[in-house]
Design a protein around this ligand. Sequence first.
Ligand SMILES: N[C@@H](CCC(=O)N[C@@H](CS)C(=O)NCC(=O)O)C(=O)O
Length: 203
Amino acid sequence: MPDYTLIYFNARGTAEPIRWMFSYAEIPFNDDRVEKDDWAERKNSIPGGKLPVLLIDEKPLPQSQAIARYIAKEAGLMPEDNLDAAYCDALVDTVRDVMEKVYAKMMSEDDEDERKRWFQEEFFPSHMAPVLARINARLGDREWFVGEQVSWADFMIAHAFGEIHSHHSEAFEDYPAVVEHIEKVRELPAIKDWIENRPETTH
Ligand SMILES: N[C@@H](CCC(=O)N[C@@H](CS)C(=O)NCC(=O)O)C(=O)O
């Protein structure tokens, strides 16, 4: 097995579902967390100057989705069927479209009141609710999003929407299947164990 080092900030962010996949498959990895104050110095040594980067036997692989897709395959979380794998990609890309708006807002200079207004009046009704409605209906009584087994799409969705749910649970009232699914992924023994023991961070 290669030697893995996942470099990211001391935060959950886009690295966290990758950490979940390592944990789920019991693949050892170095969880290299860069503190904000050290970033300016380390940035120059990171190809592309952005995180996360996965070092695979010291060779860097950038881009969170590429890393997640690669580790999903190593972890047995990628459906073998080509069409099922494409459904996973489509779900992950859909979530990514939504989360990019959240990340952009987090990076903005807006104050707390403006962020609340944006969430309630713009983001949730126009971007989040339509996606939640679709994926809630898609889940229905199914256990996992694609096929009969847990996949990386389950991890990516449960992590991203779980983060939003943890701050805005009231907004998820009409989407019970999504809430149940977030819990189901977080209750997988390896994920539960990771969450209980991971470093505590604000986001
Ligand atoms: N498309 C890239 C985006 C990478 C990215 O923008 N990373 C942010 C953190 S989430 C970063 O490194 N910011 C620090 C900087 O740009 O100096 C990915 O998904 O990995």
